[in-house]
Design a protein. Sequence first.
Length: 256
Amino acid sequence: MIDCIRKMREWRDKNMELSDRERAERFIEMYRRIEDKLGEKYAGRRIKYSSVIMQFINEPEGAEFSDELNTCREIRNILIHRPDVAGGPPLIPSDGTIKVLNAILDYLNAPPPAIDYATPAGRILKTDFEQNVIQLMKTMNKKGFSHTPVFEHGRFFGVFSVSTIFSYILDNPGAAIDEYFKVGMLKKYLPIDKHSIERFEFVSKDTNVWDVKEKLERKCSNKNKRLAAVFVTERGGMDEDLLGIITPWDVVLINR
């Protein structure tokens, strides 16, 4: 009876384990899935390296996985390009390497969302057309805000910033901004497409925060305006409720 149980356990354990060939094939299949996910990630983007794997390894986002993924890349090249040895794969991937590929796939399927790193709507300084401009600027200076979303009837209208005042004064030399000057008097300069030296983008709450970081850190050409802030909404629409905001000051905190 004891021998029978032992043999049953041995049969179970043996059949639960992958053969060398199956292990190698699973490794290659998982590696290809990673390549496919990264291919989707970099679609339409100009990359510096010859493969999406190398691109990911050499980006800040992939830093946590770089050493192990580079080892997996070398293992993959041996399995693909070297002939079999004695009827079997030239190299047998370990459990550890398969776990690494699993971890990377899990990450790529659910990267950290932008909303987790955004200043939440409840902590954002907001304003409307009736707000006194001088008082607003004092509040922004005191609280350290460089950009303030402007709302009309509860819906997003535009952004108030130093750029807004700059554009107004250029168009109205000698104009006074006094205690009676309200945000609504700058209405022409508030929409996000009216800012002369900066621009803004909207992203969905599930956007990969590393993609937002890359946008904010990307150097501007002479023709492009600086990306000053990224607004986060449910699906990335300007007509949706504002959930949060990410600025260049926030991206220094974006690390895993």
